[in-house]
Design a binder for this molecule. Structure first.
Ligand code: ADP
Ligand code: MG
Length: 763
């Protein structure tokens, strides 16, 4: 996904470098080594940065430096991403973090259980990291290695083999075969399935974490000690089976996100002279012309320069209907070209495309812990040790008080050990969140973290900006009325003032003036006055264009009423009004439908916020079917309006274009921006981003979030109840060890499968 190859970088601190020319000779000496692409030595900081074509080329660097008479020590590690296989529970991620964190060469490590990825900043080689990870029972692979790891094959075989051994041992007890043979079979099964968890347990204990590997291993070994070989073997086997199944199901969510990454083709037809040559998309810098043939995926973000076609933007925006594109229109990497051939001018580097940003943000989102998840992790961190200690006490105390036999209580203690695993509980939330975020991403909805997903599911009010959100944001000029001078003069002044403004109204007026062939004066000291209008100086005279509020406090008063349902732009100076331009914006086709759909999804209030006049606000509000509106608001008033809704007890979202509504977006419990594919600001400022430039996916966002909340709750309750039931059954002696294991791994599997339903939610 990371388009441009940047080489392997390593920074060294160089000792004994006592003259500036030493830096030069060091640069030369190292630069001549094999596969070294670049060397920068900074004399004043004594740092040397080496870029190599591959990892191996860096290995001899320190030696070579020594030969040149200096001493180098790698200081800054590379941050690399690895795929990790074999993590079957949230606590595995913790164990890896703990273990790698102990390595001196590792500066930083974070493991995402949900995406199966691990980010490590380290100064030693990736091979070293992979080896350390393998020690605790997980398989790590460098992400750049390309192919995602295919795991599990061998696991399956071992699982079947140990299953057969248990069956054979069990069958043996029905025939006249010495018990020792059965025990041998059980022991064999335990070794086969148990080696991995025991190894992992060893390193967990070393890094002082009490994870499920420790608990399960202790339980199985304990069972063997009291001669319950069959129990011990089944514990190990069920545990292994559960892990394989859990891993398999979680792989589905992980795949759903990796699917996004394969959207943009790695190669492009690049124009060189008059020909088109196939090249790596990463090499096509902005400005390059590329050719996209019918039916092909677009490799890079760009602007159509030649040809027409309809483009299926669903992969990015979730819109199912293809969109017609012609010269001047923007296209996005990862979308699918229809019937026409297009020539496209590349506008973004391959690592900056909207798609690349989406992938990056989705990955970040998945690494963030939702409040529920953080709470459960804390809970687990207390729960496990408590139950563990309880288990030890139960093994010892009752028999000491002669309340039963040692064997009986030891067995109960082992059961408690297994119950101390909060696996299902720990997994209940993250898998649901990752699945929901994955579903959203495939629908053109970017949810920037579990926190926002949880909040979105509980929203009761949504406020909308009017211009550009509920309306098209391309207002048409309906009339120009001069009260002083001619219409042409008025238009020329407006043209000059609005030319440099990015407001939708400004764009319409500029466009209108251009089409009319109006002259454009030059305006100096141009200023936007948010929510009111613009001002600028023409020939030493200050002119204003904007709404009534803009002229408040000036010597003029606007006598004429606003046109019914139109937005009036008054143009004048400090002293007098020169005239007005009326513009009228139309509501978006699907806005009313989207708002109506929200009402059915628990959103009690939909509110329109606008800086526009009362008349226009009223008209658009009734067309959009919002429940309330506030008009004539300044940007800061929009913040107050959002706060008012919050004070009324609503969990409130604000939907806007993310450009001039940033304060209100930030004030709301959730800021939702739309048109994310087109504008970077929208993508960066909001908590949830609708990639398409419309509200169509807003209802889906809400229902998906609600469903996610519901599933998380179900999962949590289910895991707690199962644990409680298992606990309750221990004391009357109804519970067996294998049932305890089943209640843990089985519950975890059920919780995962329940969460996976989120991948398939449709409206
Ligand atoms: P909305 O809340 O509808 O998005 P804004 O807060 O952006 O509207 O602007 C509110 C009002 O301020 C507009 O309806 C318009 O009357 C006036 N205004 C803002 N910017 C401009 C501009 N560049 N030119 C003229 N009028 C403007
Ligand atoms: Mg606006």
């Amino acid at each position: 996904m990371n388009g441009e190859f940047s080489g392997e970088k390593m920074v060294y601190l160089v000792d004994r470098m006592d003259c500036p020319s030493c830096a030069r000779s060091l640069e030369k000496g190292i630069g001549q080594m094999k596969d070294i692409l670049d060397v920068k030595v900074n004399y004043s900081t004594a740092k040397m940065q080496v870029t190599a074509a591959n990892e191996a080329a860096l290995l001899p660097v320190e030696n070579q430096v020594e030969k040149l008479g200096f001493k180098a020590q790698a200081v800054q590690g590379n941050t690399r991403t690895y795929h990790v296989t074999g993590m079957d529970c949230g606590s595995c991620a913790k164990s890896i973090e703990n273990h790698l964190g102990l390595q001196p060469a590792v500066q930083k490590v974070s493991v995402s259980f949900a995406s199966g990825k691990m980010k490590v900043e380290h100064t030693n080689s990736p091979g070293e990291i992979i080896k350390e990870t393998a020690k605790i029972g997980f398989k790590a692979e460098l992400e750049e290695a390309g192919e995602n790891p295919v795991s599990g094959r061998k696991d399956h075989l071992w699982l079947i083999l140990s299953g057969l051994l248990i069956a054979a041992g069990f069958a043996g007890t029905y025939f006249d075969i010495p018990a020792a043979f059965s025990i041998l079979f059980y022991a064999g099964a335990m070794v086969i399935s148990g080696l991995k968890p025991v190894k992992a347990a060893f390193y967990s204990i070393k890094s002082r974490s009490l994870d499920m590997n420790v608990l399960m291993s202790a339980a199985a070994i304990g069972a063997a000690l009291i001669g319950e070989w069959l129990e011990g073997a089944t514990v190990v086997w069920l545990f292994a089976l559960g892990n394989v199944l859990q891993n398999k199901s979680i792989e589905q969510t992980r795949k759903s996100i990796r699917g996004l990454m394969d959207l943009a083709p790695p190669e492009a037809w690049v124009k060189i002279g008059t020909e088109f040559v196939k090249k790596a998309a990463a090499e096509a810098v902005p400005g390059t012309i590329i050719l996209v043939k019918p039916g092909d995926k677009i490799p890079l973000d760009g602007e159509v320069v030649k040809g027409t076609s309809s483009i299926n933007q669903a992969p990015i925006t979730g819109e199912s209907i293809p969109i017609d594109k012609a010269a001047g229109d923007s296209v996005f990497a990862g979308t699918i070209n229809g019937h026409g051939t297009l020539e496209i001018k590349v506008t973004k580097h391959s690592e900056d495309t909207a798609l690349a940003k989406i992938i990056h943000l989705v990955e970040e989102a998945q690494e963030q812990k939702a409040p529920t998840e953080a709470f459960i992790d804390k809970f687990a961190a207390i729960y496990t040790p408590i139950v563990f200690v309880l288990a030890l006490l139960i093994m010892v105390l009752p028999p000491l008080l002669s309340l039963g036999t040692w064997g009986e209580w030891f067995y109960k203690g082992l059961e408690l050990l297994v119950i101390a695993c909060p696996c299902a509980l720990v997994i209940s939330t993250p898998v649901a969140i990752v699945s929901a975020i994955g579903n959203a991403a495939r629908n053109g909805i970017l949810i920037k973290g579990g926190t926002f997903l949880e909040k979105a599911g509980a929203l009761t009010a949504i406020a909308f900006d009017k211009t550009g959100t509920l309306t098209e944001g391309r207002p048409a000029v309906t009339h120009v009325k001069a009260e002083e001078g001619t219409q042409d003069e008025l238009l020329a002044i407006a043209y000059a003032l609005e030319h440099d403004s990015t407001h939708p109204i400004a764009k319409s007026i500029t466009e209108f003036a251009r089409q009319r062939g109006a002259v454009r004066f030059t305006a100096e000291n141009h200023r936007n006055i948010a929510g009111r209008g613009v001002q600028g100086e023409i020939d030493g005279m200050v002119y204003f264009a904007g709404n009534r509020a803009l002229f408040e406090g000036k010597k003029v008063s606007i006598e004429a009423p606003d046109e019914e349902g139109e937005t009036m732009i008054w143009i004048g100076t400090e002293e007098k009004i020169l005239g007005s331009i009326a513009v009228s914006d139309t509501i978006r086709d699907s806005a009313a439908a989207a708002i109506r759909a929200l009402a059915g999804k628990g959103i009690r209030e939909t509110i329109m916020l606008t800086g526009d006049n009362e008349g226009t606000a009223k008209k658009i509000a009734s067309e959009a079917h919002v429940t309330r509106y506030f008009a004539e608001l300044l940007p800061e008033d929009k913040v107050t309006a959002v706060q008012k809704l919050q004070q009324e007890g609503h969990l409130t979202a604000m939907v806007g274009d993310g450009i001039n509504d940033a304060p209100a977006l930030a004030a709301a419990d959730i800021g939702i921006a739309m048109g994310g594919a087109g504008t970077d600001t929208a993508m960066e400022t909001a908590d949830i981003v609708l990639m398409a430039d419309n509200l169509d996916k807003l209802p889906h966002t809400i229902s998906l979030s609600k469903k996610a909340l519901r599933i998380i709750k179900q999962n949590i309750w289910f895991s707690i109840l199962i644990k409680a039931a298992a606990l309750a059954l221990i004391f009357p002696g109804y519970l067996t060890l294998w049932m305890a294991v089943l209640s843990d791994t089985g519950a975890a599997l059920i919780v995962i499968l329940n969460a996976l339903r989120l991948l398939k939610v449709k409206d």
